[in-house]
Ligand binder design. Structure first.
Ligand SMILES: Cc1cc2nc3c(=O)[nH]c(=O)nc-3n(C[C@H](O)[C@H](O)[C@H](O)COP(=O)(O)OP(=O)(O)OC[C@H]3O[C@@H](n4cnc5c(N)ncnc54)[C@H](O)[C@@H]3O)c2cc1C
Length: 375
């Protein structure tokens, strides 16, 4: 029997599931096509930090979109929780950001000042004795420290699964399978070709994360998204749970509600290699030790590795594929794909349903790479 859907979404990560949720809620028939399982890649393993105030393109071209998405997360959580029964534990978590380099102190002061002037955030430069009192396990031999309140954290796996479950609640289907191509008629995609079947569709959204370049040959356009590998160690630290996210010196410690501390995260260009590596484990521990020396006494519970979808300008690619009426890209969220998922979902669903969105996506048009030559 021929399968058919209004909108085929290729990729069951946070981006694809967020689009599916918004479209299914609006009453369209939606099918998520996923080859390895919903949330089986980075969206199920990310650290889950929601920080709209710092990162590539922030401050800058990503700032307004990131802030919108951050605010959407807070509205979405009670709704998804009630709809699906999945509690992905969205909560605020204070951040301790350290530098051991005197020359970075002015930049830290500027960050504290910017955070202080931002609605919903509080921040201050903090002395060593205060940090010792706050959490004696943090290395207080730093040159500078910004203490921030206002960031949020969540469980990425639960979040992505909740989006998919909520989409299904509104009628969306999850179709297991690997897409191998698209059937094109003129300026339209008419059918998705899977390894084990075909799916007729009115629209297609490509949310394939770091595998987005597969679609370059399907559509004859550039989609310059490359995989940036990240590894995390989930550790059990002796003593009471850490109460702060601790960041600095190229490392980060993320305390989780189950008492574990996730240590990471690395950034390595290693193609599509998804193996957790022993040498990376040592590198993460070295970095974590600078922040919390007692980490050497922690026991390793799990070591994970996954791939971020990164574009040349570190901005997402959102919008209509140049030259096509009904093909859409939702990829390239890089290191912020969990933070950005609600806004990506809403913006791309708006475009598919109404051809317009009020969200600030003008910096993310696929068109900017239409004649990309790699420079
Ligand atoms: C170590 C690490 C830590 C991170 N921490 C954070 C964080 O704290 N905060 C934050 O905001 N972001 C974080 N990120 C980034 C975030 O995880 C990603 O940006 C986000 O998960 C990307 O989501 P996605 O849906 O675009 O891609 P993915 O999650 O990769 O999903 C794409 C899906 O498409 C499927 N697919 C691809 N090709 C096909 C095909 N041909 N047929 C069928 N299915 C296909 C894949 O199987 C996959 O499931 C982190 C990433 C890493 C690696």
């Amino acid at each position: 029997m021929l399968e058919t859907t209004d909108v085929a979404i290729i990729g069951g990560g946070a981006a694809g599931c967020a689009i599916a949720f918004c479209l299914a809620e609006a009453g369209l028939s939606v099918t998520i096509i996923e080859r390895e399982g919903v949330a089986s890649q980075a969206s199920g393993y990310a650290a889950g930090a929601l920080n709209p105030m710092i990162g590539n393109g922030i401050p800058g071209p990503l700032a307004a979109f990131a802030r919108e998405s951050f605010d959407m997360h807070r509205r979405l959580y009670p709704m998804l929780n009630e709809l699906t029964g999945i509690d992905y534990q969205l909560q605020t978590l204070p951040e301790v950001r350290l530098t051991f380099d005197e020359t970075e102190v002015p930049a830290f002061e500027a960050l504290a000042d910017r955070l202080l002037r931002t609605d919903g955030f509080a921040a201050s430069m903090t002395e060593q004795w205060r940090i010792r009192k706050l959490e004696p396990r943090i290395n207080s031999e730093f040159a500078g420290c910004v203490f921030t309140r206002g960031n949020y954290t969540l469980d990425s796996l639960g979040f992505t699964q909740a989006l998919a479950a909520a989409a299904q609640h509104s009628g969306a289907k999850v179709r297991p399978g690997a897409v191998r191509g698209l059937e094109i008629r003129g300026d339209q995609v008419s059918r998705v070709l899977l390894e084990d079947g075909e799916l007729d569709c009115g629209e297609v959204a490509l949310a394939m994360g770091p595998w987005s370049r597969q679609a370059e040959s399907w559509l004859g356009t550039y989609i310059p998204v490359d995989p940036l590998k990240g590894e995390i160690l989930r550790m059990r630290l002796p003593g009471p749970p850490l109460q702060h996210e601790v960041v600095g010196a190229g490392a980060a410690l993320y305390p989780k509600p189950d008492g574990l501390v996730w240590c990471g995260t690395t950034e390595d260009w290693r193609g599509y290699d998804r193996r957790p590596l022993a040498e990376t484990r040592e590198r993460i521990l070295e970095g974590a030790k600078k922040l919390v020396p007692g980490i050497v006494e922690a026991t390793l519970v799990t070591h994970t590795a996954c791939l971020r979808p990164v574009t040349p300008d570190w901005l997402p690619i959102l919008g209509r594929v140049p030259g096509y009426r009904n093909a859409w890209l939702a990829t390239g969220a890089g290191k912020k794909g969990i933070l950005l998922a609600p806004a990506i979902g809403k913006a791309v669903a708006d475009l598919i349903a109404t051809d317009a969105t009020a969200l600030p996506i003008e910096n993310f048009a696929p068109q900017r790479f239409a004649n990309w030559n790699g420079n």
